[in-house]
Design a protein around this ligand. Sequence first.
Ligand code: EPU
Length: 415
Amino acid sequence: MLGLCRRTEKLEGAVQISGSKNAALPILSACLLTDEKCVIRNVPDLEDVRVMFALLRKMGKTIKFEKNIAQVSGRLRSGVLPEKLVRKLRASVLVMGPVLSRLGEGSFALPGGCALGERPIDIHLGGLKAMGASYSILRGRMIFMRQALRGAHIKFSFPSVGATENLLMASSCAGGVTVIENASVEPEIGDLCLFLRAMGVGITRKGSSYTVKGRACLGGADFTVMPDRIEAGTFLLAAASVGGRVRVDSARPAHLGALLTKLRATGVKISKKGNSLTVNSPKIIKPVNIVTGHYPAFPTDLQPLWAVYMLRASGRSSIKDKIFPARFMYVDELKRLGASMVLKNAVLMINKSRLSGTNIYACDLRAAAAMIIAGLMAEGETRVYELRHLFRGYENFFIKLRKLGANVSMEKVKK
Ligand code: EPU
């Protein structure tokens, strides 16, 4: 599929935010920690979520998915993570923690790099090793020998989101107490902790340290996934970039602090009422620099969208990504639209630019959303190819944008 975008003068109306992809994925994986039934609500209907379902099914689970509610039941039978699914979904490494803490053994295909740059899993593996796991690598797989995990004191060299989630799940069914220091504190991890607590795990957090009291047997739970803060941020930035007035409903404004501060600094007016945020974009916006970092700093997932927004600003701005320093693959594509951007020493400089439509190719999920918004700002027609990246992480993106008045549609790519 490709996205066909035409210049849109303004976006207007209200948009409803879906459940968080990056909270739903670890929570679904945590269902492997019990054989009892789990009901997970507000699960976004996305390609990544469907791959996670396929993975859980391979491991013995039965899943019913209807109206954004996933009912996960059945016994964990297998600890084999197939290469095909790992290649489709990097977050599939999140099943390692639950599988090893339940079965003590497993065979997992090694994840490779991706469009965001090198993505090692050394921090995940270091934590699992500290808990007693041992593995060898054979024909592209990590083979974990049978070994019960036990509580440990772990200090991460870097606060990795995925490693924090993996180790929280691994320690949930391990014997004894686990302390994880220098861990991530992203809201999605908070949601995972709420789910684990609902299953019976004792988890406390103090700053960036978690203490987990493992239990051999966990119960099922009924849980509602938090709203997607990155989707909320995407629509706030879409409105700010294209212009107009948009209300973003079912957001959690408290999760969007860094973005709201930066948006306001550009001159955008934002008002808050309960769980809704209304953004009003002025004619002239100021350039504002960002540096991405761990929560509560500016999220890396919104930096490609910020880059597109800054093409409107009346001056030069810069972006430095401290989480994925190489997350600038989208720059060359935006240049094809006429974006004046220079990448030097891993810092992206952005100048005010007039965009004109052409064919561009999405390289990852957030870049796909950013390119569609750029297409709405460009004169003429922009075709965004490789939309499959978008479907991995945005539910009904085109429907939602069109409801706001965007000139977008989807077309089949002619062979
Ligand atoms: N890292 C290591 N070793 C590790 C793990 C991570 O060096 O063992 C490095 C990575 O290479 C990267 C940095 O640490 O440079 C951050 O990685 P992290 O583990 O924190 O991220 P992740 O768990 O792989 C999650 C989200 C990403 C989001 C990042 C950062 C999910 C499923 N994915 O990835 O979301 O960008 O945290 O916030 O939760 C997206 O949704 O588009 C997306 C990419």
